[in-house]
Structures are given as C-alpha cells and as structure tokens.
Design a protein around this ligand. Structure first.
Ligand code: FAD
Length: 309
C-alpha cells in the first residue's frame, strides 16, 4: 500500500504531529509525504530526512501558502491517483483537509486512529474515548486521520527520501486567505509539552487563573491548559482547551487544578503518564484517574507548591 502523509508545517519547519502520522503510515505501507506550501523547499528537505520516508512531493505555489483546505484537498485528491491511503495528523489542519479529500474521492474517512491492526483495519475511540472500535474499510482508497498521542514519533534523521516537485489543482476559488491572528507564547505548545498545568472553573476569574498558574508553569517549564468551563468563562483562550472538543494531550505530567474530571475533559488527557489533581472535593471524579492527589483549596495550595518548587 502506498500512503500519502500530509505534512503539517508553516513553510519553514515541520510540526511534530506529522511524525506520529508517519509512524502510522509506515505500519500501513510505503510512506510518501505531501508538502503543500509556498517557499517551502526547506520543509521538503527536512521531510525527506525523516526515517522510513520513500518520497516527498513538494507543491510550492502561492495558492498553498496558508494551507487553505479547499486548495490542499484538491491537490491531495489529485495525487491520490497514485496512492492508496491519505494519512493526516488529527490536528485542526488535518481535520479540515482530510474530510474534503474523502469527499472528493467519494470514500469514507476513518478518523483519529489509535492503531493499525492490519489491512485497512484500525482502532479508533468512540463515545469520547470510553470505548474503542475496530473498524475495517471496504473502500479502494483510504482517508485516515491519526491521533498524535497514540503513535511514537518517527525519527527526524536517518531517512533519504526522494524529493519531487509536483503541481496540481489549486482549489475551487470559493475561499481566499485574508489574514491570520496567531496566539504568541513562549511556553511549550500543549501537544508537545512534557508538563502541562491545567486550570478549571474553580479559578473564578482570568486574573486569578494567570496569577496562580503562570508562576507554576514557569517553574516547571510547562504548557498551560484549561477545561472547557474555564475557556467558556473567558479565563483562558480557546486554544488552551483540553478535551473531547479541545486538544488531545499525553504529557509526562498533567496537573489538573480545580478541574472536576468530566468525561469530556478526561478524553483529552487521560493518557498522560502521570496525572496530578488538586481539588477541594475529595469525591471529584478527577481523583479516579489521578496518580497523585491533593485535597484542598487551590488558592492556598498552588502558591505553596510554586514556592516549594
Ligand atoms: P467544574 O465541573 O465546575 O469543576 C470545578 C471543580 O473545581 C470542582 O471539582 C470543584 O470541587 C473544584 N473546586 C472549586 N473550588 C475549588 C477550590 N477553591 N480549590 C480546589 N478545587 C476547587 N470540557 C472540557 O474540559 N474539555 C472539552 O473538550 C469538553 N468538551 C465537551 C463536549 C461536549 C459535547 C460537552 C457536552 C461538554 C464538554 N466539556 C468539555 C464540558 C465538561 O462536560 C465539563 O462541563 C467541564 O469539563 C467542567 O469544567 P471544570 O472541571 O473546570 O468545572
């Protein structure tokens, strides 16, 4: 089986999420990659060095500069004439592009796979991760998105893929890039952070959220996450949200503070290696998944913990 892996990048560097998708694709068959961008030669060269990659298709065109899903999906669907499976990381971008590729190919998408079980057979979470389904596709072509936390990252060195320039359709003209407003942060990105401190509704205000969590995160060089309740209340921006409708993370250490542990939150963090919970309610569901728990008032415990660190 020949796979085509969508490379997540910003025209300068490749995002880590791509590497888990490469591992999944390597379990399915031969790995080819697609770099669609503008001025993205360096990304193509880096992609070719990823271990196990056979070929890198580089489509360098202003039409792909911002990875507009209509444009990239049209290109990918075109390249699927020579590939059997389109494999994308289950990131915002991947989730934006893959369904369009599936629609253009008239096949169904298999979302968020956790493992490759055999020929066209995969496992994937259902019911917010409370059950794992084994699914098999009967389509000729596969379109798959890959959960980044479920696969090891492929090595970024050691490969010697062939780089090939490609061109193709540039979309249907129904969308155009206008501008982007990117959140800037010196902290590690949530999906690649080794430690995450995450806050919930209990903080009560945006000021308290940052006043208490930022110093703790600084001490631990941690990423900062939040529950949906905290995001909805405006304590933290949207891209902090961890959970079923937020980011899926699996850091070495996840510290959940003032978070009850609703199943939708657990769906995004329960694969973390060590889970620490601080909550004043000893019956809070978060303690059922926590390896270490502190029962008490976060307004007292968090400054104490930060000081001791
Ligand atoms: P709460 O449930 O209100 O919990 C607050 C906790 O803080 C309590 O356990 C309380 O004991 C504790 N507390 C209060 N005061 C203190 C104090 N002073 N010191 C210490 N502890 C204190 N949620 C997500 O997080 N992510 C998602 O992606 C997500 N997706 C969803 C998708 C759907 C379709 C639906 C229906 C819901 C989703 N939710 C999601 C919402 C989820 O169901 C919960 O409502 C949410 O996670 C609760 O957030 P919380 O734990 O911060 O708040």
């Amino acid at each position: 089986m020949k796979t085509l892996v969508l490379v997540e990048h910003d025209n300068a560097s490749m995002k880590d999420a791509t590497l888990a998708a490469v591992t999944a694709a390597s379990q399915m068959g031969e790995v080819h990659m697609l770099v669609a961008g503008s001025g993205c030669t360096a990304v193509g060269e880096k992609a070719a060095k990823v271990a196990g990659v056979g070929k890198v298709h580089v489509a360098d065109d202003p039409a792909y500069a911002h990875m507009l899903p209509e444009a990239v999906a049209a290109l990918a669907a075109d390249l699927m004439g020579h590939h059997d499976a389109f494999v994308a990381p289950a990131t915002t971008n991947g989730k934006n592009i893959a369904p369009r590729v599936a629609a253009l190919l008239d096949v169904m998408q298999i979302s968020d796979i956790l493992s490759v079980e055999g020929d066209k057979t995969f496992t994937r979470p259902i019911y917010a991760g409370n059950a794992i389904a084994t699914v098999q596709s009967s389509d000729d072509k596969l379109v798959v998105t890959v959960r980044g936390t479920a696969f090891d990252k492929a090595e970024t060195e050691g490969g010697s893929g062939e780089v090939e320039a490609v061109s193709g359709p540039t979309g249907n003209g129904l969308s155009e890039f206008v501008s982007q407003d990117l959140a800037k942060s010196d902290r590690p990105e949530l999906t690649s952070a080794k430690v995450i401190v995450s806050g919930g509704r209990a903080f009560g205000s945006e000021e308290k959220f940052h006043e208490l969590l930022d110093p703790l995160a600084d001490k631990l060089n941690a990423g900062v996450g939040a529950s949906r309740a905290a995001v909805d209340a405006g304590y933290a921006p949207n891209d902090y949200q961890v959970g079923q409708t937020g980011k899926i993370v699996a850091p070495e250490v996840y510290i959940a503070i003032g978070i009850s542990g609703a199943i939708q939150h657990l769906a995004g963090m329960k694969d973390s290696k060590t889970i620490v919970a601080i909550n004043k309610d000893e019956d809070a569901p978060i303690f059922q998944v926590a390896d270490l728990g502190l029962v008490g008032d976060l307004f007292k415990l968090v400054p104490e913990l930060t000081e001791k660190l």
